[in-house]
Ligand binder design. Structure first.
Ligand SMILES: CSCCC(=O)C(=O)COP(=O)(O)O
Ligand SMILES: [Zn+2]
Length: 206
């Protein structure tokens, strides 16, 4: 098999598997969420727009260039492709990006009006880059939702380099990344666990 085709197939399989796992956890209702990975030749493999992420087939994964343009113009990549491309452009070590719409990220981000959600004292914080202790604060930036993804990307851009656990778009969902798909999934699972804990604590206090 041609090397570029084999590489795309490998990425597509990782993405299909990630979609199934995110769906099992309830993080991608209906057609929500999008998933991508960086291929060895620099192309980005990403989900087609409008697919259910729990039922992806490998041909629901297409390739785009670093500016988000599909290599085959007949393909319509995720509406949020620019946010994935931005993460790859600004973080050369990143190999996979995940976006989900969990209940916890949606509700918490609508309730917290501050510019960031602060997590502290949780052991699971250590799943994030550079974190070695529970005894620290992690800020997850909260950005207002915007249907203009290019404009939203310009708002997010200055925060790269100081987002150890990704970011949340208000009333919408989370973005996380990792050096490969397994690491990105572990980070997403860690973040979703912490968001669920925060939601429970806030409900108990109300
Ligand atoms: C029904 S969810 C609305 C769109 C969205 O936020 C999303 O994550 C999925 O968009 P895509 O174009 O990647 O399918
Ligand atoms: Zn979304």
């Amino acid at each position: 098999m041609d090397k570029t085709v084999a590489e795309k197939n490998r990425g597509a399989q990782d993405i299909v598997r990630a979609g199934q796992r995110m769906d099992l956890r309830g993080w991608v209702p209906a057609t929500a969420g999008n998933i991508s990975c960086r291929l060895a030749d620099g192309r980005i493999a990403i989900t087609r727009s409008g697919c259910h992420k729990g039922f992806l087939r490998t041909d629901d994964v297409i390739t785009v260039d670093e500016a988000g343009h599909p290599h085959d113009p007949a393909n319509k990549p995720s509406a949020e492709t620019l946010l994935h491309c931005q993460a790859y452009r600004l973080m050369p070590q990143v190999g996979a990006v995940l976006h989900g719409h969990s209940v916890a990220s949606t509700v918490l981000s609508m309730d917290v009006r501050e510019p960031a959600l602060i997590l502290r004292d949780y052991e699971v914080q250590k799943v994030f880059e550079g974190q070695t202790t529970h005894d620290a604060s992690i800020a997850i930036p909260l950005f207002d939702n915007d249907q203009d993804i290019a404009r939203l990307a310009t708002v997010v851009e200055p925060f790269f380099g100081r987002m150890p656990a990704g970011y949340i778009i208000r009333g919408h969902g989370v973005y996380v990344w990792g050096r490969d798909m397994d690491m990105a999934l572990a980070r997403l699972e860690g973040l979703e666990f912490l968001l669920a804990c925060e939601l429970e604590r806030r409900r108990a206090r109300a």
